[in-house]
Design a protein around this ligand. Structure first.
Ligand SMILES: Cc1cc2nc3c(=O)[nH]c(=O)nc-3n(C[C@H](O)[C@H](O)[C@H](O)COP(=O)(O)OP(=O)(O)OC[C@H]3O[C@@H](n4cnc5c(N)ncnc54)[C@H](O)[C@@H]3O)c2cc1C
Length: 458
């Protein structure tokens, strides 16, 4: 089994594309974008299409798609991170409802862009199954669906499935039911990233790799190869933001790890079902997420080592043996028929987690500074809506998007170390205890609720 190497998705394409040149020296641009993940590239895409004359320069520390955008679980999700209440002060449930609808439409928007530019990224609109492994998880799902109804989501957006209905779709051992939403698609993350990078270059955007930005200042991005002066500088660095001067406690890099099997034999697929290739997760506090790939593998991810002291980030995704063993065991427990299948690759990456677990987007015309991020584990689609929002903010064109309740939010900073490390490690170890207690008792645990309210995650 391979590990690291930026993960299976890039490896399946024969590795990342040949490196692009670094920034040749100081330059002037209309917009400088720091970070070539989905946020940076979608922002470049929408700006370049809106105003083809703009000089847009993307500065990437490593290679485009080096971060989470090249390593994720491939859920193009119409849902987004953080508790609804955190978004409500911006305009109440109506504004929240608008945000939710725009996110649902974002799945369609991404599909339309891929079609427009001939980007083949294994996109499949099979929807999402949140599977309950036991009665306690089913109770969680029932609560989530009721909460969604109160926020205006309909049966067509999210509904419960009984165990029988689930089994007709996919046979998951120990499942007692599920929720289903059509507003999620599957994608091959690196194909999406590579296609998007190619497309923005065709639109005249310049991408410079191996060009770390050391600091962002009003109208300037500082690199060792020179300063890029720009009307706007966009921070799109997500899980790596702590490396920027002045942003050390804005977002913590939380690890997520994945393993992927070899293609499963037809007989094993017959046992499992899953012809709809819905993306799937369980409903534990420390959940796993899965996809059935276009070439008949299962990719499964979850939280391994949650966080490294001092907001350190890993290199190319090397993954601890204990994390791999945990994911392998989960896969075998959910799909006993796949227990003997070899794993092909294991990798990890970092996502960006703000103190309140909610996305924020901001643009300050005075200093020419803009940012978007804090998607936690749901940035694949959210980065697209965030980018369209940044386009309108940067071009000074007020729109429905610029009034969405995640615009202008400024979450408080994380605690300094060692508090930050202790709190995050503590939260995840308590969540694991809550999951174990719920498996034993079959009832939602009080501990889980307490940790939810302490962490602010739910
Ligand atoms: C294992 C894993 C599974 C996930 N699964 C899903 C999923 O299924 N669905 C979902 O919606 N979300 C998922 N996520 C989250 C999702 O991948 C991210 O939210 C999303 O990719 C964020 O995109 P981004 O462009 O903001 O950040 P990134 O993709 O992390 O890009 C940031 C880029 O900035 C560069 N950079 C950082 N600092 C600097 C600097 N100082 N100078 C220049 N460049 C810099 C980095 O090298 C990187 O390329 C997952 C994340 C991980 C790690």
């Amino acid at each position: 089994m391979r590990t690291g190497e930026l993960g299976f998705w890039w490896r399946s394409l024969g590795g990342p594309p040949p490196p692009r040149a670094p920034l040749p020296g100081p330059c002037e641009a209309d917009v400088a974008i720091v970070g070539a993940g989905y946020t940076g590239l979608w922002t470049a895409y929408y700006l370049a299409r809106a105003q083809p004359g703009l000089r847009i320069v993307v500065l990437e520390a490593e290679s485009a798609g080096f971060g989470a955008s090249g390593r994720n679980g491939g859920w193009v999700s119409g849902f987004f991170s953080g508790p609804a209440r955190a978004y409500l002060p911006g305009g109440g449930t109506a504004a929240y409802g608008t945000l939710q609808r725009r996110m649902f439409e974002t799945v369609e928007e991404i599909a339309a862009v891929l079609e427009r530019h001939g980007i083949e990224a294994d996109l499949h609109r099979g929807g999402h199954l949140s599977v309950a492994l036991g009665p306690a998880q089913l109770a969680h799902l029932e609560q989530q669906v009721s909460a969604a109804r109160r926020l205006g989501l309909t049966e067509g957006d999210l509904r419960l499935l009984g165990a029988g209905e689930l089994e007709r779709r996919v046979r998951v051992a120990g499942a007692t039911g599920a929720s289903y939403s059509p507003h999620v698609a599957r994608v091959h993350p690196a194909k999406l990233l590579a296609g998007l990078a190619r497309t923005v270059e065709e639109l005249g955007v310049e991408i410079y790799e191996q060009t770390p930005v050391t600091a962002i200042e009003p109208h300037r991005a500082l690199t060792r190869r020179g300063v890029v002066s720009a009307r706007w500088v966009v921070r799109a660095t997500e899980g790596y933001t702590a490396s920027l001067r002045g942003a050390r406690r804005a977002l913590v890099p939380m690890n997520s790890s994945m393993v992927i099997t070899e293609p499963l034999p037809a007989l094993v697929w017959e046992e499992i079902g899953w012809e709809g290739a819905e993306v799937m997760g369980d409903s534990a506090h420390v959940y796993v997420y899965l996809q059935r790939t276009a070439d008949g593998r299962i990719a499964i991810g979850g939280r391994g080592v949650p966080y490294r002291y001092g907001s350190r980030t890993d290199g190319r995704g090397e993954t601890a043996a204990a994390t791999v063993a945990g994911l392998r065991a989960k896969l075998a427990a959910m799909f006993p028929a796949a227990a003997g299948v070899e794993l092909d690759h294991a990798w990890s990456g970092v996502l960006g987690v703000p103190r309140d677990w909610c996305v924020s987007i901001a643009a300050d015309p005075a200093g020419g500074l803009a940012r978007a991020g804090g998607y936690v584990g749901e940035g694949v689609a959210a980065a697209n809506l965030a980018a369209r929002t940044l386009r309108d903010l940067i071009l000074g064109e007020p729109s429905e998007l610029t009034r969405l309740p995640w615009v202008g939010r400024d979450p408080r900073r994380w605690e300094p170390e060692p508090l930050r490390w202790a709190a995050i490690r503590g939260v995840y170890s308590l969540y694991r205890r809550a999951d174990a207690a719920e498996q034993r008792s079959g009832r939602p645990s009080r501990l889980g609720r307490i940790v939810d309210s302490l962490s602010g995650r739910v």
